[in-house]
Design a protein around this ligand. Structure first.
Ligand code: FO1
Length: 324
């Protein structure tokens, strides 16, 4: 599809997790002029595995914006082969977290550079340059902020909970270890404080698993709280279900009604507007009662056209919320 560039000038910041957020990031990347988009990426899912530094949400964003992502899974590389995993299985190695042969190059190179003392922000920026990505992808912090999931089965590392146990154990709380001391990279703070900032967006990612690890970083939360530009989130819940992943299950386990008011309440003080799917038009009034503007559109993104259409809707809605 030929990308029709959006007209009003200004930079945009998107807070994003992995698969769902990356779809909106792609729509924004294709709608805005080159370099106008900064995506601040969740690092709560990051871990060391097989000696390698894994940053799943960064890689999902990178592969999506570089048009290299596996369209079937939403993570990892397209045209992937799995010889490494097969040989690892033959040796009795750990295979619950799958690293494809092409994806392995990303991990080996990132690990080498981090171990040589480079920052995650630098490695990510240069990876984007090598892959021809015009937008900036910036980790929420250069220091580690690993998510710990407090469950009926004990306190679990994020990928143990999410991938190995398929988000099965009932969750009672989440912890973001090191968040209090973490600082966003200078590029993230510069993007958030940019006088040319047009809008601050929150992707339709899981608010508790993917966005909260970033909001737990004091400077990031404060930047959202004091922003003078329109702040808009896209709800990840459609018709009482998560578009993808365990958001609805998690909300129920945390004792929250699985509805739009719960999402709005969670982001209260951090957003001016919430975008709902048409299916949830009946819940707009409950969101507005919380002092947050609510509008509806088609939020389920199947192809590139849907991603671009949602991106343009988000930008247009944000422009209507501009304060004087
Ligand atoms: N998700 C899975 O469900 N199974 C996997 O084996 C798996 C491997 C994997 C490898 C690299 C990568 O960047 C992502 C990977 N993911 C896998 C996805 C990822 O762990 C989760 O979807 C995110 O952490 C949640 O945003």
């Amino acid at each position: 599809m030929a990308a029709v560039k959006d007209t009003p000038a200004g930079n945009v910041v998107l807070l994003s997790g992995g698969i769902g957020g990356a779809k909106l990031a792609l729509g924004l990347d294709r709608s805005l002029s080159a370099g106008a988009l900064t995506v601040i990426a969740n690092i709560g899912d990051d871990f060391r595995h097989l000696g390698l530094a894994i940053s799943p949400d960064i890689d999902t964003l990178v592969y999506t914006l570089a048009d290299l992502v596996n369209p079937d899974t939403g993570w990892g590389r397209r045209d992937e082969t799995w010889h490494f995993m097969a040989e690892l299985a033959r040796l009795g190695g750990e295979t619950w977290f799958r690293l494809g042969d092409r994806d392995l190059a990303m991990h080996v190179e990132r690990t080498r550079r981090l171990d040589a003392g480079e920052t995650l922000a630098t490695v990510t920026r240069e990876t984007c340059q090598h892959l021809g990505i015009g937008s900036r992808i910036v980790p929420a912090s250069d220091s580690r902020v690993p998510t710990r999931v407090v469950t009926e089965a004990g306190v679990l590392a994020f990928q143990d909970y999410f991938v190995r146990r398929r988000a099965g154990p009932v969750v009672s709380a989440l912890r973001f270890v090191g968040a209090d001391e973490a600082r966003p990279p200078a590029t993230a703070m510069a993007a958030l404080g940019d006088p040319g900032l047009r809008a601050l967006l929150i992707a339709p990612s899981n608010p508790w698993l993917s966005i909260d690890p970033m909001l737990a970083i004091p400077d990031l939360r404060a930047a959202l709280e004091r922003a003078r530009v329109p702040r808009v989130a896209v709800s990840p819940i459609v018709g009482g279900q998560a578009i993808k992943g365990p958001t609805a299950k998690l909300m129920a386990e945390l004792g929250l009604p699985v509805n739009q008011a719960s999402i709005a309440r969670h982001y209260r003080g951090l957003i001016d507007g919430l975008i709902l799917d048409h299916a949830d038009a009946g819940e707009a009034a409950a969101v507005e009662a919380l002092g947050i503007r609510a509008v509806t559109t088609a939020t389920v993104m199947h192809g590139l056209e849907d991603r671009v259409a949602l991106a343009r809707f988000v930008l247009d809605f944000a422009d209507t919320l501009r304060r004087g």
